[in-house]
Each structure stands twice: as C-alpha cells, then as structure tokens.
Design a protein. Structure first.
Length: 129
C-alpha cells in the first residue's frame, strides 16, 4: 500500500501512464467532460474535494511545462485566478469555449467537486530531465 502522495488507485494509475506533451484537465463539477479522455471523477459533494486541493496534489506528482485556462476565470472567480497565476506565471488564456474544445484532446480529466465557476485548468505535462 502507498504511504504518501495520491492514494486514489485510479488517479495514481492514470498519472503513471502520462507522458511528455499529454494534457490533464482538472475541472470543476460543472465542466462538460468530453468523450475520449480517461476520466477520474473525485467529486463527492459540492466543494469536496476543492479545485485547489486537487491542483496542489497533482502538481506534487506531475512535471508541468504549461497551463491553459479560460480567461473568464479572471472576472468570475478571482480566487481561482489568483491560485492559478501563483502556480503558473505564464498562463495561456483562451475563451471558455476554446478550453472545452482543447479539453477533448486531453489524455486525462480529473473532475473535482468544486462549485465555483471556471475553476478549470488544462495542464501540459513536461519531462523530468
């Protein structure tokens, strides 16, 4: 049994399969999930787990070379925008509709219980060397 890190076996396994250039969408409970990517649904209740908890946990395990978010987050969810710019000073901003389109090419979708709008980010996996 793992003693640290992500304990959810479905999520830990999906992370182990990721490679350089793969996309990982971390999304709120309301984001439409595209057909195609592997989905690990962590949502339990509204707000549980939060977007911030899941983002922080994934960033401890992944090498990320970039991130894309909907520009609407800046006005509609300042807390999420501040969290994201804190982690990714060079965020790529696109429309929410474009983020949904880009998400169809993600390798993994991790759905949180987040109930605040536009708490979504498409991570672009890097390489550790």
């Amino acid at each position: 049994m793992k003693k640290a890190g992500i304990l959810n076996r479905h999520l830990a396994g999906a992370i182990a399969e990721l490679g350089h250039g793969d996309g990982v969408l971390i999304c709120d409970a309301g984001m439409p999930i595209p057909a195609g990517p592997r989905v690990v649904d962590l949502a339990f209740r509204a707000g549980v787990p939060s977007f911030a908890e899941v983002l922080d946990g994934l960033l401890e395990e992944l090498v990320v070379e970039g991130a894309t978010v909907a520009r609407e987050v800046q006005e509609s969810n300042p807390a999420a925008a501040k969290l994201l710019t804190g982690h990714f000073p060079s965020l790529t901003l696109v429309s929410h509709d474009e983020l949904k389109t880009l998400s169809a090419n993600a390798r993994l979708v991790v759905r949180t219980g987040e109930a605040r709008p536009y708490a979504n980010v498409l991570l672009h996996c890097g390489v550790f060397f």
